[in-house]
Design a protein around this ligand. Structure first.
Ligand code: CTP
Ligand code: MG
Length: 232
């Protein structure tokens, strides 16, 4: 079964403010996207990377992303007609491991349409009305998960789920929600705590420390793709 990785890296990274698209910000000695590209490449037959449109084609695996995240997933999937299984991952999560991808893929073998990395919530959740500070209720935390990537799917199910209008696509906070809306059965796979997402400068510092710890000091990565290195 052909497994294709879809690495979404087309966001601008406004909240990080690195002066370049977030996926190309330096993290522990190499562009952020290269860390998760390595982990995906260890498991997938091929990886398609959705990049900002100006970088399309600079590397053979790079396709133009879209204005919204799920649009970028759709663009990457369109470039992988051979995919039987699709592994969607955010370049913003550089601590991905091949083991986590494999755990999600193993879950699909049980017959699910999708399997998503997730962490059980640890904070207490309170709800206010939008724009207000008064607490209207405290939510039951049991059974709630913070969902991450990787998210793996049967590719035909994901293709069909992404065939929605632009507004629905832009409103989707993840791809699994589109699969669920189309009637697909999705399960969570508990992820290790370190599979964090880089949104802010602080996240980048934490990710960098963890990656250096994982790889060991100065060896912590050298650019593996000439095109990506050129952009670093
Ligand atoms: N992404 C994408 N295409 C978009 C928007 C986001 O491929 N149109 C990707 C990002 O590159 C990132 C992942 O989706 O790897 C998660 O998005 P997010 O963390 O929000 O990244 P950015 O959109 O780049 O950051 P910001 O929202 O701060 O601008
Ligand atoms: Mg964003």
């Amino acid at each position: 079964m052909t497994v294709v990785g879809l690495l979404v890296a087309a966001g601008s990274g406004e909240r990080l403010g690195a002066g370049r698209p977030k996926a190309f910000a330096e993290c522990a000695g190499r562009p952020l996207l290269e860390w998760s590209l390595d982990a995906l490449s260890a498991v997938c037959d091929r990886v398609v990377v959705a990049v900002p449109p100006a970088l399309e084609g600079e590397d053979p695996g790079w396709v133009a992303g879209a204005a919204c995240r799920s649009g970028s997933v759709r663009a990457a999937l369109s470039a992988a007609p051979e995919a039987v299984l699709a592994v969607v991952h955010d370049a913003a999560r550089p601590l991905l491991t091949p083991g986590l991808v494999e755990s999600c893929l193993a879950a699909l073998e049980e017959g699910w349409d999708g399997a998503v990395a997730a962490a059980p919530l640890t904070d207490t959740l309170k709800e206010t009305r939008p724009g207000e500070t008064r607490v209207v209720r405290t939510l039951q935390r049991r059974g709630l998960w913070a969902v991450q990537t990787p998210q793996v799917f049967r590719a035909d199910v994901l293709r069909a789920a992404l065939e929605v209008d632009e507004e629905t696509l832009a409103g989707a906070s993840d791809d699994a929600s589109l699969v669920e809306a189309a009637g697909g059965a999705v399960r969570v796979v508990e992820a290790p705590a370190e599979n964090l997402k880089v949104t802010s400068r602080l996240d980048l510092r934490v990710a960098e420390a963890l990656l250096r710890e994982r790889k060991g000091g100065a060896e912590a990565g050298s650019p593996s793709s000439p095109a990506a290195a050129a952009r670093a």
